[in-house]
Ligand binder design. Structure first.
Ligand SMILES: *Cc1c(COP(=O)(O)O)cnc(C)c1O
Length: 826
């Protein structure tokens, strides 16, 4: 990338630009001191090197030029960065050298830093963590997103406890990004045809260590006024604007990859928002190879991976057929598709003319592999998508899961970092995680408790300061401000809860019985203190009501100093909270939390979790590590369980002290949670999961299909003959202690090597699900395409448990995702 300084830097200091533009500073705190020295006031206020560099007085820069010590640390930082970029990374050797384009990661949001506020919540924060992890592990990755003029909503609370929103303007000049330049030095631009005009997109680039993030921006002087506003606001505007944003992400994003020469990348589409990338990829392949659309669709689909992040059907984006018609004209003509053909790709029932065009369905059809974001979410997703794979058992609906994880170096405190370094050495989150469990398991009680105490004290100091500032901004009486200032106690059990205020997250669960909560908070010998934060969507009336309920509660005189609401939840505040709390609370309504990641951020810092058995906690929970609220589904019951857990288990566990003044059972849980859960729910493990189970198979299949056969002809033949498949005369005999199955299968005009016959048994009588391939026997005399299929298996369960089925088969196809035919014995 061509680096443009925000200003002319004095000779000798030029290297500052490269450091400030590499967002690795968001997790590599070794350079914090350097920026502090440039300008302590600017640094402390913003923690944003790019802003420091833009605003530091020229006189200060002139001083630094001759500050030997400073120049030495600048040289060290520059060398360290160069070494980081040079080191291959754990995964570099796993990535096939013949796919240099790596992975293109598409997302509507990226939450890398407060300095680049292009996110609204968990999806964006995850995408940010993902790019950082790819950089650390050396997986070649390119992020594709949008640059919004208005990013994350900012929250203030007025005197009556109402949420007030502001949408600060994202001035590209002060964001740590640069225009992406072509090889000839001109600003990269991508065009997308729209009805009657061409949409021009400017391309920006952010550097995330080794990974690059490209951001598309419709605010181009040659666009009409309305088009300039397409990327004005994250999730803003009308349904039509939303569709156009998805056109920008999918069509514009894929066009950019093509421009960069990366169109053989594995595409990872996050949420249905990016689904149009699959269509654009196929369209371009079709023209490049001069093949029909169908060929191109089959050839390129192998290289696409889809992750669904939503557990409810109402969360999927869907557009009316007329809106699709309006924008699809050129695509249809270009690909020689009918509107009907296109709509069928986004419908559960292609024959239903009233069904809208669902982007999640399009993504499932346009990607050979799909994943959900936790084990439970995998089950939920298979149910949600079962209609797309008729007659397939639920367990075989082709959606697997990779549970999300968090980028630990972005979330651990300086103290936790020191403790992990002492136990496992530097660079541990960049490498193999196996050694971590044993190392932390050997850390002694005093070190762990000391860590908790220091982190809590730091959070209490920070929260007081912030509460005081909030009170001051509201112009509250000095008495109230003093109350907030004197509040919170560094020795009290500290519970944190912070996330988006939205219905299913049930942020109000703990407020179901205020007197009971007040008793917990004001217990004279074993009190609890509470820090709450979170924003409601500007249009979410119920969410805003809950914000107000919490603000009102924290202002009650009897809880002053025991409960605070911190305004303007964002990445920076999230970091402070997860580093300082003893306990993190999450109370989603099962199964609405696809995964949830905020609780994972506390793990490496020694924070414990208490949560509904939903999302990640449903698979992580273990009594040795934390506490669970078994989901009754009923708010009153779940609240009662939560109060009881806090009163009878959590609070006593924290305040029970041994002769050394330590709470032995609490510390034991910290150790178990840190050693066992922190590595498992790190993004390091998540990225390795995607790499091994999704990206590498995708890269291999993509190459095979582009070099050999796209499988389109195979699929066409099977589809035209499938109705001829018939199964009858299954007989079974007991031969010693084995069942011998024999089935007569009629394939009509289909070739026998195109199908596989299987014996299938559901989970039953305490026996697991089972699927046994059958061997093809002799042709059935006098029949057309009739064959005997046979198999023998141990008679350990009733023969009645088994059913014969026939399905298409090809070693190079992802099935049933790509061809969902199946026929069963009647
Ligand atoms: C981690 C994070 C989230 C997501 O948290 P959940 O528990 O998944 O809701 C949202 N916003 C911010 C600022 C975060 O840091």
């Amino acid at each position: 990338m061509h680096r443009v300084s925000p200003r002319t830097l004095p000779p000798g200091l030029e290297a500052l630009t490269g450091l400030a533009l590499d967002l690795r500073w968001t997790w590599n705190h070794a350079v914090d001191g350097l920026w502090q020295r440039v300008d302590a006031e600017l640094w402390n206020a913003t923690h944003n090197p790019w802003v420091v560099l833009q605003n530091v007085p020229q006189a200060r820069l002139e001083q630094l030029r001759s500050d030997e010590a400073f120049l030495a640390s600048l040289a060290t930082a520059t060398d360290e960065r160069a070494a980081y970029l040079r080191t291959a990374g754990l995964c570099a050797s796993r990535w096939p050298v013949d796919v240099p384009s790596g992975v293109a990661f598409f997302s509507m949001e990226f939450g890398l830093s407060e300095a680049l506020p292009l996110y609204a919540g968990g999806l964006g924060v995850l995408a940010g963590d993902y790019l950082k992890t790819a950089s650390d592990l050396g997986v070649p990755m390119t992020g594709i997103g949008l640059l919004y003029q208005e990013g994350y909503v900012r929250q203030t609370i007025d005197a009556s406890g109402n949420q007030r929103e502001t949408f600060p303007y994202n001035d590209p000049v002060s964001l740590p990004i640069q225009p992406a330049l072509g090889t000839d030095g001109s600003w990269l631009e991508v065009t997308v045809p729209l009805p009657g005009r061409v949409l021009r997109l400017r391309v920006w680039q952010a550097q995330v260590g080794r990974a690059a993030l490209y951001l598309l921006d419709s605010n181009h002087v040659l666009n009409g006024a309305v088009d300039r506003g397409i990327t004005a606001k994250l999730y803003g505007g009308s349904v039509e604007t939303r569709l156009l944003q998805e056109v920008v992400l999918g069509v514009g994003g894929w066009s950019l990859l093509a421009l960069l020469g990366k169109d053989d990348a594995v595409a990872h589409l996050n949420e249905g928002h990016a689904a149009l990338a699959a269509l654009e990829r196929a369209r371009r392949y079709m023209h490049a190879r001069g093949v029909p659309f169908d060929e191109a669709w089959w050839a390129t689909r192998a290289g696409n991976v889809f992750t669904t992040h939503t557990p409810v059907a109402s969360g999927f984006d869907a557009f009316s057929p007329s809106l699709v018609d309006k924008y699809a004209q050129r695509l249809l003509a270009d690909c020689r598709l009918s509107l009907q053909d296109l709509l069928a790709l986004g419908r559960a029932d292609p024959a239903d003319d009233d069904e809208p065009f669902n982007m999640t369905y399009l993504a499932l059809r346009g990607c050979a592999q799909a994943s959900a974001v936790s084990r439970l979410h995998g089950e939920v997703s298979r149910r949600l998508f079962a209609r797309l794979y008729p007659r397939w058992p639920l367990a075989e609906v082709p959606v697997r899961h990779v549970t999300n994880g968090v980028h630990v170096p972005s979330w651990d405190s300086a103290q936790a970092d020191a403790l992990w370094t002492a136990a496992c050495g530097k660079g541990r989150w960049r490498g193999d995680l196996r050694c971590l469990e044993a190392a932390v398991a050997a850390t002694d009680d005093a070190a762990l408790w000391n860590l908790a105490a220091r982190q809590r004290a730091e959070l209490v100091r920070y929260a007081r300061e912030r509460a005081e500032l909030q009170a001051g901004l509201r112009g509250e009486s000095t008495g109230q401000a003093a109350g907030a200032q004197g509040g919170l106690d560094p020795n009290v059990l500290t519970l944190g809860m912070a996330r988006r205020f939205t219905g299913y997250k049930r942020m109000n669960l703990l407020l179901q019985d205020p007197p009971r909560l007040i008793r917990l908070l004001t217990n004279p010998s074993r009190p609890l203190q509470l820090i709450v934060a979170g924003k409601a969507h500007p249009e979410d009336v119920e969410g805003k009501r809950q914000v107000q309920a919490w603000v009102t509660f924290t202002r009650r005189p009897e809880v002053l100093g025991r409960a605070v609401f911190l305004e303007d939840y964002d990445l920076a505040l999230a970091q402070r909270l997860v580093q300082g709390v003893d306990l993190w609370l999450n109370t989603p309504r099962r199964p609405w939390e696809a995964c949830g990641t905020s609780g994972m951020k506390t793990l490496a810092n020694g924070g414990l979790n208490v949560s509904t058995l939903d999302g990640w906690w449903a698979e992580a929970y273990d009594a040795a590590c934390g506490w669970a609220i078994p989901a009754a589904g009923d708010d009153a019951q779940d609240a009662a369980t939560l109060y009881r857990l806090l009163e009878d288990e959590v609070v006593p566990c924290f305040y029970e002290r041994n002769a050394h003044g330590l709470p032995p059972r609490w510390v034991q849980r910290m150790r178990a949670s840190m050693s066992r859960l922190a590595p498992r729910f790190s993004s390091n493990r998540m990225l390795l999961g995607y790499l091994e189970d999704f990206y590498l198979p995708a890269a291999r299949a993509l190459r095979r299909r582009s070099e050999h056969e796209s499988l389109a002809a195979w699929a066409r033949d099977i589809s035209s003959h499938w109705h001829e498949v018939r199964l009858d005369d299954v007989d079974v005999v007991l031969d010693g202690d084995a069942w011998r199955f024999r089935a007569h299968v009629y394939l009509g005009g289909m070739r026998r090597e195109w199908v596989r016959a299987e014996l299938y048994a559901d989970e039953r009588h305490g026996m697991p699900r089972q699927c046994v391939p059958m061997q093809i026997g002799s042709p059935i005399g006098g029949s057309i395409g009739g064959y005997e299929f046979v198999t023998t298996l141990p008679a350990i369960r009733p023969a009645d448990d088994y059913t014969v089925r026939v399905r298409p088969w090809h070693d190079d196809a992802f099935l049933p995702a790509e061809l969902p035919w199946i026929a069963w014995q009647r």
